[in-house]
Unconditional design. Structure first.
Length: 296
């Protein structure tokens, strides 16, 4: 039985655009997953109360059947959308697989396939590195708001995964028809961005938008630059972004518009500001959402 220590590593995975929250148990070296989140996924239910009621009914049924799922359930406090922590039923990896098999249909099969998939991709490995950044000496030592600091973040996230980790690109790149800054002018472009002021929210947001247009790396720009942005906010305004408050589609659409009209992305960022700058949970959640934005 894990202790209800609030310093657990928190992780959020996404299945069909729905959150599945998880907590790392240091003592037993394993993840615990929110049962209610999994039930919401498998029943395609948005109403939290209905999901809880369904789990209550299913729990009683499984208990009657003497299923190990119930006896293997533990309770941990998880942060809810209202900002409070509530005791939540949790199951470990094996428990979630058994639970998934109690649901009929192709969705349950897809969920189990997704859940048991081992993410050995570049993104999966990079995400593990991003989690570790919170405890690294780098995060406390880098200059804030410079090109060099962005290169250091990129090198940390993708070192050993891309041979160009931390290196400014020498080729032109585009995405969905949008041409990012031309490689031949990139050095000058980055110098200009570096000199942009970062004393107010609007100035920092403008600097972020320009860095996104520059897109200095061949891959991994968004994931690196969102961390870079948060570090500027932390130093200059003693704030950071709660990325879980910004939906994936809203973020992507606002960033596409931002070179011509920055109002939308600025509103999204401003409404998601928090003063929890030292919260490990906030940082980890930010990484989960940041990588989720990049999933196809």
């Amino acid at each position: 039985m894990p202790s209800n220590n609030l310093n657990h590593k928190i992780s959020i995975r996404f299945f069909d655009d729905r959150e599945v929250r998880a907590v790392w148990d240091e003592e037993n070296s394993k993840w615990w997953f929110s049962v209610v989140d999994v039930v919401a996924v498998l029943t395609d239910q948005d109403d939290y109360q209905k999901t809880r009621n369904y789990w209550k009914y299913l729990k009683a049924k499984l208990k009657k059947e003497k299923s190990q799922v119930v006896s293997n359930t533990t309770q941990l406090k998880l942060l809810a959308r209202d900002g409070k922590r509530y005791l939540t039923d949790m199951l470990d990896y094996n428990g979630i697989i058994v639970l998934g098999k109690t649901f009929p249909g192709t969705k349950a099969n897809r969920f189990i396939e997704w859940f048991t998939y081992s993410d050995e991709t570049i993104d999966g490995k990079s995400k593990t590195k991003a989690y570790a950044l919170f405890e690294s000496s780098l995060i406390h030592s880098i200059e804030i708001g410079t090109t060099k600091s962005l290169q250091q973040i990129h090198a940390y996230l993708f070192g050993g995964l891309y041979d160009f980790a931390g290196q400014i690109r020498q080729k032109n790149i585009s995405k969905s028809g949008f041409q990012f800054a031309l490689a031949q002018y990139l050095d000058n472009t980055l110098k200009k961005i570096e000199q942009m002021p970062e004393n107010t929210f609007a100035q920092i947001a403008d600097k972020y938008i320009e860095m996104n247009v520059a897109h200095p790396f061949m891959e991994g720009n968004g994931r690196s630059t969102r961390i870079w942005l948060d570090l500027i906010f932390k130093k200059r305004l003693q704030k950071c972004i709660d990325w879980s408050k910004i939906g994936k589609n809203d973020y992507i659409n606002a960033m596409i518009k931002s070179p011509k009209n920055s109002k939308e992305i600025k509103n999204l960022l401003k409404n998601a500001m928090t003063n929890e700058i030292n919260s490990r949970e906030m940082f980890m959640k930010g990484i989960d959402y940041s990588y989720y934005y990049e999933e196809n």
